[in-house]
Design a protein around this ligand. Structure first.
Ligand SMILES: [Zn+2]
Length: 73
C-alpha cells in the first residue's frame, strides 16, 4: 500500500518513528476487505502492541518490511 500517495487523505494521530497511527479522513478503502477503514496502524517493528477502542473488525496486511493493521467500526 502506497501510504505516501494517500497521505493527504489521512490524519497522523501518533508517530513513534517505526510505528505510525493514521485516522482515515476521506473514506480510503482497506486493501484487505475493500471497505473504508477507521484507523491505520503501520509498524516496521517485529512486535508491537496496541489497544483499539471498542469492538471492531481488524484487517492485517503483511508487507515485506511493514505490517499494516486497519480498524473498522
Ligand atoms: Zn478491512
Amino acid at each position: 500500500m502506497d501510504i505516501h500517495a494517500i497521505r493527504h487523505r489521512l490524519k497522523l494521530k501518533k508517530d513513534a518513528g517505526h510505528t505510525e497511527l493514521f485516522e482515515n479522513r476521506d473514506s480510503v478503502v482497506c486493501p484487505a476487505c475493500d471497505k473504508p477503514f477507521g484507523d491505520l496502524l503501520a509498524t516496521e517493528k517485529r512486535e508491537h502492541s496496541f489497544r483499539p477502542t471498542g469492538l471492531m473488525r481488524l484487517c492485517v496486511v503483511r508487507e515485506d518490511d511493514r505490517l499494516l493493521v486497519f480498524t473498522h467500526e
